[in-house]
Design a protein around this ligand. Sequence first.
Ligand SMILES: [Zn+2]
Length: 90
Amino acid sequence: MPAERPERLCVGCREKHPKAELLRIVRSPAGEISVDATGKSPGRGAYLCPRAECLRAARRHNGLAWSFKGRVAPAVYDALAEALRARAED
Ligand SMILES: [Zn+2]
């Protein structure tokens, strides 16, 4: 039996992918939205494939607002772009 691999919906392509491969965005209990580098911050999470294509799609559809059911500042998408760049440099 393979180990359980939880899957989450990407807010860009809206397809399911293994959670471990996705970037997590979190809305804290205080309502602040940020990129969750640890993947363990408390709050409601949304997920994005670490691909520029998915980030573009998420921006276009405002996928995070869809996921969090509320307004999301453009700065959150900029932070995601940063996170993608940092990841690409690993
Ligand atoms: Zn995706």
